[in-house]
Design a protein around this ligand. Structure first.
Ligand code: RTP
Ligand code: MG
Length: 143
């Protein structure tokens, strides 16, 4: 239990297809819950291209965009909404930096991620990066 004056914030977390396929969904959710954030919504979805185009609109034109969309279409994704004070920043800290090989030990990507021999970073998780993107992403995945 945290402090008294907790102001809630929400974030959209995805366990990407590599995480679901490797059976790490429970482990990843447990790490986020263990930190003290509250699970407020959860579903397993096989994303459509339409969902991913909306979700990754900010990455259109980057060299990794198309392989990223293909990767995200390759299997089911676990979408979750978590709530807590500064959860956006807190989850990104738990997730670690983008590239699993160099993500810090102790983070989800650093401890569990495997990115070698792949066209795009398969880095287990996504987390919203601002309150604006959280609001947008929650409405995309939980409309
Ligand atoms: P995310 O949005 O998924 O939480 O991750 P992030 O902020 O750490 O990474 P971002 O730069 O937003 O990129 C989104 C996702 O695209 C893939 N990516 N691959 N050079 C590459 O191969 C490359 N760069 C980015 C990753 O899956 C990354 O999470
Ligand atoms: Mg990002």
């Amino acid at each position: 239990i945290g402090g008294e004056n907790v102001s809630a914030e929400r974030t959209l977390i995805l366990v990407k297809p590599d995480g679901v396929a490797r059976g790490l969904s429970g482990t990843i959710l447990a790490r986020v819950e263990a930190k003290g954030y509250s699970l407020v919504d959860l579903k397993l979805v096989h994303a459509t291209r339409e969902i991913l185009e909306a979700h990754y609109a900010g990455h259109v034109g980057k060299p990794f965009y198309e392989p990223l969309v293909e990767f995200m279409l390759s299997g089911p994704v676990l979408a979750a909404v978590f709530e807590g004070e500064r959860v956006i920043e807190g989850f990104r800290s738990l997730a670690g930096s983008t590239e699993p090989t160099t993500a810090a030990p102790g983070t989800i990507r650093g401890d569990l991620g495997r990115d070698w021999g792949l066209k795009v970073q398969q880095n287990l998780v996504h987390g919203s990066d601002s309150p604006e993107s959280a609001e947008k992403e929650i409405s995309i995945w939980f409309s």
